[in-house]
Write a protein that binds this ligand. Structure first.
Ligand SMILES: Cc1cc2nc3c(=O)[nH]c(=O)nc-3n(C[C@H](O)[C@H](O)[C@H](O)COP(=O)(O)OP(=O)(O)OC[C@H]3O[C@@H](n4cnc5c(N)ncnc54)[C@H](O)[C@@H]3O)c2cc1C
Length: 468
């Protein structure tokens, strides 16, 4: 797409006024550089509207002039979809109003620039719980977590953003306002535009506000780390825990010993979670509405699992410090890999029942392709979702290894496809994975997505480099 004309830029600036835009390179710089420095983009203009009406005005101008737009929230995305390369950058961070909180509807409506952490805090103030939680929650915005259909650590019990949004307000690619801020749990009136916008990665419009589903606060919570001989045992334990608690498993996070060792070595304050060294670990969190029930359930489940030799060691957190320690070990798995050199990262999912087989087969395939490579698999195994990361063999040539990333990823993704899995379980496709996804989506899926996009954004001005 051609660069925006001077006339288009002038009209945008006039419409938003001096506080609503910047073309100052020093102010723009942090927002065009991806936070891990994987992409460094550029933009002729960053729009900083603080109302939905301003966004509608700006998008209408862009549509009239055929100017491409990249929407951006907190900029924490992991696939580069928030980074402009010549497009106008439109940040929604200044959309910060809380429109309403209605506990009797178990709902609240907030604007897109509210961070995920702030949304959780607002819910807590109303004696309710907003369950989406992920390590970037202090910066990621509601607009961003909706647009990437984020998952996080409690998907097992509450689902992904698709399950947590009741209504959406968005500015469509021609500047029209879609007011879908409903608080309804039931609305069977044809196609659901709200669901199209969730996970659209900024390609179908700008999300400006959302009505989020709230839940009761759980009155008991128990957190444990267990040691296991294999990922097969983890899947058995998960099934047992779900059945025993009637669906009270909130988190079930698998870690491999190598990832625990990286965290112990590189992350200050991380401690061995158990007295013994184990090949695999699971962090389990149970919750219940009944005081004391989660703790009692955890004791019962782990005692039985130990007696049946399903698990080989366990520690139940006795206080908040221990809970935080267990979660720190899990949340630092990715950061702890960095000092070991870069890796080929994968965010994949397969059916839960097949995850252990997948891990065995993928690891054998990786070893055949890259002898000595280190596999650090961890993640939301309760959702069938693993961050399956491959690090350079010790003493290997890191640059040459990184150069084989594409071919190595194909090895992993082909195994994922054989297991009827997804090559992007959580993070979306963005700039990073759109081409790779072409290999695994069917022609029908791609052409249908293209047709939907064309119907909504015929000029393809919204985040044009992302998705099909
Ligand atoms: C440390 C860390 C841990 C993470 N853990 C998890 C995890 O456990 N589970 C998980 O699912 N994800 C995880 N993520 C990814 C996370 O979901 C995304 O980073 C987050 O959802 C993006 O929110 P953001 O506001 O930063 O959006 P951005 O990064 O700014 O944008 C992301 C995408 O959404 C689009 N977009 C942003 N705002 C809007 C808007 N208002 N309207 C339309 N489009 C918009 C952008 O164009 C871009 O394509 C993690 C990320 C980090 C950094």
């Amino acid at each position: 797409m051609a660069s925006p004309s001077p006339a288009a830029l002038a009209e945008l600036k006039a419409a938003l006024g001096p506080s609503g835009w910047t073309d100052d390179p020093s102010e723009i710089a942090p927002w065009v550089a991806e936070w891990r420095n994987k992409w460094k983009g550029d933009t002729p203009l960053m729009l900083k509207p603080d109302t939905t009406a301003e966004i509608a005005r700006a998008v209408e101008i862009c549509a009239r002039h055929g100017v491409a737009i990249v929407p951006q929230g907190g900029g924490t995305g992991l696939v580069g979809g928030q980074v402009p390369f010549g497009e106008v950058l439109l940040t929604t961070r200044r959309l910060r109003a809380v429109r309403d909180v209605t506990p009797l509807d178990d709902a609240m409506t907030v604007e897109a620039g509210i961070t995920l952490l702030e949304a959780q805090q607002l819910a807590a103030k109303a004696d309710r719980f907003f369950p989406l939680s992920l390590a970037a929650e202090g910066t990621a915005t509601i607009g961003g977590v909706i647009s990437t259909n984020a998952g996080g650590t409690a998907v097992l019990r509450y689902g992904m953003m698709r399950d947590l949004v009741l209504g959406i307000e968005a500015v469509m690619p021609d500047g029209q306002l879609f007011n879908g801020l409903k608080r309804l749990r039931k609305d069977n009136t044809g196609y659901d535009l709200k669901q199209l916008l969730i996970g659209a990665e900024g390609t179908l419009g700008v999300v400006t506000a959302a009505t989020l589903k709230l839940f009761p606060i759980m009155r008991s919570r128990a957190t444990a780390v267990v040691g296991l001989a294999s990922a097969y045992s983890a899947i058995q334990l998960l099934a047992r825990a779900k059945a025993e608690t009637g669906g009270g498993v909130e988190a079930f996070e698998l870690m491999k010993r190598i990832g625990v060792e990286f965290a112990l070595k590189h992350i200050p304050g991380v401690r061995e979670p158990l007295d013994s060294v184990q090949p695999w670990y699971v962090l389990i969190e149970l919750t219940s509405g009944e005081p004391g029930a989660a703790e009692a359930g955890m004791e019962r489940i782990l005692t039985a699992a130990f007696e049946e030799e399903l698990i080989t060691d366990a520690a139940i957190a006795q206080n908040e410090t221990q809970v935080r320690d267990f979660w720190k070990l899990r949340e630092e798995q990715s950061a702890a890999q960095r000092p070991e050199g870069g890796g080929w990262k994968h965010d994949v999912s397969v059916p839960v029942s097949r995850i252990a087989d997948f891990l065995d087969e993928a690891t054998a395939a990786v070893e055949a392709f890259e002898p000595g490579a280190r596999v650090s698999a961890f993640g939301h195994v309760g959702d069938g979702n693993m961050h399956y990361d491959i690090l350079c063999p010790p003493g290997g040539d890191l640059q040459a290894f990184l150069g084989r990333w594409e071919a190595g990823s194909k090895v992993v993704h082909d195994v994922v496809a054989n297991y009827e899995g997804s090559i992007s379980a959580e993070h979306g496709l963005g700039r990073l994975k759109t081409d790779e996804a072409r290999r695994y989506k069917t022609p029908l899926e791609i052409s249908t997505m293209q047709a939907i996009r064309k119907a909504i954004d015929p000029q393809r001005i919204m985040n044009p480099a992302v998705l099909f």
